[in-house]
Design a protein around this ligand. Structure first.
Ligand SMILES: C[S@@+](CC[C@H](N)C(=O)[O-])C[C@H]1O[C@@H](n2cnc3c(N)ncnc32)[C@H](O)[C@@H]1O
Length: 270
């Protein structure tokens, strides 16, 4: 359980399991590089935070490498609430990559007033309570630089199934579903990886439940395309789903095994 009112100067949040894996967040990294690359290039200070990187700093190292393919000036600061995990990561510091002890207050550079152009929090909120999510989102969004992006979501241990929410300084914008398509029987297999804000809402009467039901129906109707490939079936599924749901991407991203829908279409009721 996370504390909501931490004393001053103590990191905000609670240390949780540090499970991570090399290359686990590749789908999210690639989506971020594609979606946010232009904004990072325009930024005067393209610093990204990998918040809650876990027991080993792999995801921060990889985020830097992937961001630098679209923004050579990008920097990554890994922020962890567990001081032992910060100490373990320090030897991996290098040009553009550093590690800091902190929590949802997202400390950057000890009072220098830096604001992150990107905050990525993967598999962090999963271990908090659903009713804590809105406050954490607001706090993180308030830390973003103008034009910044918060990406918060959940995946399986080796990153084959992944769902995340993207938020701007104004609040939530989109939800992205991404998978190694060969690992899926149906799109609703992704339900177990919904971000905390949605995972308890996959019940009849909630929009995310209706969306996953329609996703499965479109997938079933596209079954003949599996003779070509799972990718062709996914593309066909997405094209059909997009007639009823506000998808924000197109076949170029569907081809990667992704699909992004506007947040307001899936936002929980009440
Ligand atoms: C399950 S690990 C995820 C590691 C990595 N992000 C990944 O997806 O592979 C979650 C990590 O988040 C850290 N954490 C939890 N709450 C945090 C907070 N408020 N601020 C910073 N780190 C936090 C935990 O200590 C833990 O190491």
């Amino acid at each position: 359980m996370a504390s909501r009112t931490a004393p001053a100067r103590r990191p905000i949040g609670t240390a949780t399991r540090g499970t991570t894996n090399p290359n686990r967040l590749r789908r999210m990294d690639r989506w971020i590089a594609h979606t946010h690359g232009p904004a990072l290039r325009r930024s005067a200070d393209p610093v990204a935070v990998d918040l809650g990187y876990g027991a080993a700093p792999w995801t921060a190292v990889e985020l830097l490498a992937r961001l630098r393919t679209v923004c050579p000036a990008a920097e990554v600061v890994g922020v962890e609430i567990d001081p032992a995990r910060v100490a373990a990561a320090k030897p991996y510091e290098r040009d553009g990559l550093s590690f800091a002890h902190g929590g949802f207050e997202v400390p950057l550079g000890g009072g220098t007033g830096r604001a992150p152009a990107l905050i990525r929090a993967a598999n962090v909120l999963r271990q908090y309570d659903e009713d804590e999510v809105a406050a954490v989102w607001s706090r993180l969004c308030a830390r973003l630089a103008p034009g910044g992006l918060l990406v918060e979501g959940t995946c399986d241990e080796i990153g084959r199934r992944h769902v995340w929410v993207a938020l701007g300084p104004e609040g939530p914008r989109t939800v992205t579903f991404a998978a190694r398509l060969g690992s899926l029987d149906t799109p609703s297999d992704l339900a177990e990886r919904l971000p905390k804000a949605l995972i308890h809402r996959n019940v009849p009467g909630e929009p995310v439940h209706a969306f996953l039901r329609d996703f499965d129906r479109a997938w079933a109707a596209a079954a003949p395309y599996s003779a070509l490939s799972a990718r062709q079936r996914w593309i066909r599924t997405a094209a059909s789903l997009g007639t009823d749901w506000p998808l924000t991407d197109d076949a170029r991203r569907w081809r990667q095994g992704e699909l992004t829908v506007r947040w307001d279409a899936l936002a929980p009721r009440g």
